[in-house]
Design a protein around this ligand. Structure first.
Ligand SMILES: *Cc1c(COP(=O)(O)O)cnc(C)c1O
Length: 378
């Protein structure tokens, strides 16, 4: 059976990128590798919409989140964490691990933190060293208005730190224009890569905070050391250089399509997926959906764990369940990265078949038709 991976990370990797990974091993302290790293980081600047330095890390995306906080915020300082789901909660947990006080601004799962809530938190906590937010809250499908957050934070001494893992490369994200001081992402979501690489862009305001922090509680993720090495496109430790070599192919593919064209295509994918699910009677779980994935609630008598099990076993379609207390209640269809409209139509068709099998009264084709209407502008 043909397998289709439609989870919000890892995501499918293009064949030309996978073939790079089959090539013989190379040494990393060479002019060739330095040129390759320089090229990939340069291309990533276009994708991040930034002129800032981008630091590569050999880690999953969370490594970038940890590097951001450990380097820029001293122990005992305070950060504001905007929490709309599991990944917002991760910011609070990282802060805790580094002895940083976290002030949580929390909304129920499915909702988005609103700029007014941040404005109030900034007024109440003028001493906050940073605000940590999430562009695409992958656990609920919510997207945040990071541009509005940036406007508010830029007026304060606080750093604007964003988890854009799963968002960057799918949702509009303009690092410099939105005044994001540290923008953290990972390779295995919208960037069409296997897991293993993390990247963070660092603004001048953030470097000032990092330079002032004399004792960052990290060795491997020391950003000052990384910056020094990047002067010659080098890294302090052995990088996952075969992944960098493969990434050159994926980022070129992104640049060939154009990042703004990708954002527009993703908006269309999101609209089509939501229309398809709505036609089957499945409501969006996210009040303010982001375009990287679509998350919908189950009808009252249907357990998403059963539905997803059947989808995988009978049709080779791998979608994601909810996490923790959302398990069994929602399904998450990722359409970021190397995904096309036919992957989305396949997923919708599979969900229809399983819903019908489970006794949900719908006509075969209703969801697919609604999505096709979006693709056909009808
Ligand atoms: C996937 C994801 C993460 C976790 O990244 P890892 O690569 O598993 O460390 C963090 N934040 C968001 C928003 C994500 O989507």
């Amino acid at each position: 059976m043909k397998q289709r991976l439609l989870t919000p990370g890892p995501t499918p990797v293009p064949e030309e990128t996978l073939l790079e990974l089959a090539k013989p091993m190379i040494f990393h302290r060479t002019a060739e590798f330095r040129a390759m790293l320089g090229e990939v980081l340069g291309d990533l600047r276009t994708i991040f919409c930034t002129k800032n330095l981008i630091v590569p890390l050999t880690a999953s995306g969370t490594g970038a989140l940890e590097a951001a906080l450990a380097n820029s915020v001293p122990a005992g300082a305070k950060v504001i964490c905007l929490i709309a789901g599991r990944f917002g909660e991760r910011w609070r947990n990282i802060a805790k691990a580094f002895g940083i006080e976290a002030v949580s601004v929390t909304v129920p799962y499915g909702q988005a933190v609103q700029p007014e809530q941040l404005a109030k938190a900034l007024a109440d906590h003028a001493d906050a060293a940073a605000v940590c937010s999430t562009l695409s809250e992958t656990s609920t499908g919510v997207g945040h208005d990071v541009a509005a957050f940036g406007k508010l934070i830029a007026k304060t001494p606080a750093l604007h730190i964003v988890d854009s893992i799963s968002g960057l490369g799918a949702m509009e994200c303009r690092t410099d224009e939105w005044q994001i001081d540290i923008n953290c992402t990972g390779s295995q979501k919208a960037l069409m890569m296997p897991p293993g690489l993390a990247f963070l862009s660092v603004s001048d305001k953030a470097w000032q905070a990092i330079d002032k922090n004399a004792n960052p509680r990290t060795f491997y993720f020391d950003l000052k050391k990384a910056r020094k090495n990047l002067e010659t496109n080098d890294t302090p430790f052995t990088p996952a250089h075969t992944l960098i070599r493969a990434m050159r192919v994926s980022v070129k593919k992104i640049l060939a399509e154009g990042i703004e064209n990708i954002w527009a295509r993703q908006r269309r994918f999101s609209e089509a997926a939501r229309a398809g699910f709505a036609a089957m009677g499945l409501e969006s779980f996210a009040a303010q959906p982001n375009v990287a994935l679509t998350v919908v609630k189950m009808p009252a008598n249907i357990d998403s764990s059963v539905l997803l099990g059947k989808l995988e076993k009978q049709y080779g379609l791998k979608l994601a369940n909810g996490q923790d207390n959302l398990k069994g209640k929602i399904i998450r269809l990722a359409h970021m990265g190397h995904i096309d409209q036919f992957d989305i139509l396949s997923a919708l068709a599979g969900v229809e078949l399983v819903l019908i099998e489970m006794g949900h009264a719908i006509e075969p084709g209703v969801g697919v038709t609604a999505a096709q209407r979006v693709f056909a502008n009808k």
